[in-house]
Design a protein. Structure first.
Length: 303
């Protein structure tokens, strides 16, 4: 059977065209070097070197074999280097889930930082709502999610990577857009409000309900996605609440207006002025070195 030691021995002799110098280069004596070459030739089934007491030359088969020997050694060395980089988390594949709105503020800077710091890491992206991201991590389809709380803390670890204000989205030219002050819950009294689905978009459903708890709006639509809510506002079907970053979607015909949160959220872990949170989530089970490295970059981008 052909071995790497035999290939390396052949390359040394082929380059030096001298058994003595090749043996010295390989830090071995000439007899075992000669035996390596003989075993190689028997395995290949062709004479690779012409040698006598005065000279060593490559045969035609030897010239052809030398090219393949170089390729083989390069492949082996590259495989070892790749394995070391994967072991160190500097190479590999990471599958990241994200929601459409989360992509606006964080995904672009994150991908640019990953390209600069971990150029040999392939990032596979998957747009999914939070519930689908959690399920994807559970099934092993995703490594990291960029999602909204709450999460199953027995299954997942998480870290806040972004906090931002919740804002009102109103039709452009609406009286609410020209008040010149933040809107209070009372301003929504009797208005048609685009709400969110309590299961498929639980997070924004709860934020909307919490802000409007003391008002009496008409919830006429319940949607799954923030973008859908904004498009319905643009169609003059009502008003909605959305994260400030959604303004970057550039939907025509809407205006984003600040909200007055009054006393704010009573939960100690929530910033009342920036109640909308985005979390990085990942499995509580062992993660690969490359996932750990990417999580470090996520944290650095989040600041």
């Amino acid at each position: 059977m052909l071995t790497l030691d035999q290939v390396r021995a052949f390359v040394a002799v082929a380059e030096e065209l001298h058994f003595g110098r090749a043996a010295e280069r390989l830090q071995m004596t000439q007899p075992p070097l000669s035996r390596q070459i003989q075993k190689l030739e028997r395995t290949v089934g062709a004479q690779l070197l012409e040698r006598d007491n005065r000279r060593v030359e490559l045969t035609g088969a030897g010239v052809a074999f030398l090219d393949e020997a170089y390729r083989l050694l390069t492949l082996v060395e590259g495989a070892g280097d790749l394995a070391r980089r994967v072991d160190a988390g500097a190479a590999g594949v990471v599958r990241i889930g994200f929601t459409a709105v989360s992509a606006i503020s964080l995904l672009g800077p994150l991908l640019r930082r990953l390209a600069a710091e971990l150029p040999d890491v392939d990032v596979l992206l998957s747009e999914r709502v939070t519930n689908a991201q959690v399920e994807g991590i559970r099934r092993g389809e995703l490594d990291i999610g960029l999602a909204r709380p709450p999460f199953d803390t027995e299954l997942l670890r998480s870290r806040v990577v972004l906090r931002e204000p919740l804002m009102a989205v109103v039709p452009e030219g609406s009286p609410l857009s020209g008040l010149g002050r933040p809107l209070t819950p009372a301003d929504f009294e009797g208005l048609a409000v685009i709400g969110y689905h309590p299961d498929q978009s639980r997070y924004f459903h709860e934020l909307t309900v919490r802000f409007l708890a003391n008002a009496h709006p008409r919830i006429e639509q319940r949607v799954h996605q923030v973008l859908t809510a904004i498009l319905l506002v643009a169609a003059d079907r009502g008003v909605a609440l959305a994260p400030a970053s959604a303004a970057s979607l550039g939907v025509a015909g809407v205006a984003f207006v600040p909200l007055d949160h009054g006393g704010g959220d009573t939960r100690l872990d929530v910033d009342p002025e920036r109640p909308v949170e985005l979390h990085a989530i990942w499995s509580r089970e062992a993660v690969t070195p490359v996932v750990r490295r990417v999580l470090g970059v996520v944290e650095s981008v989040a600041g």
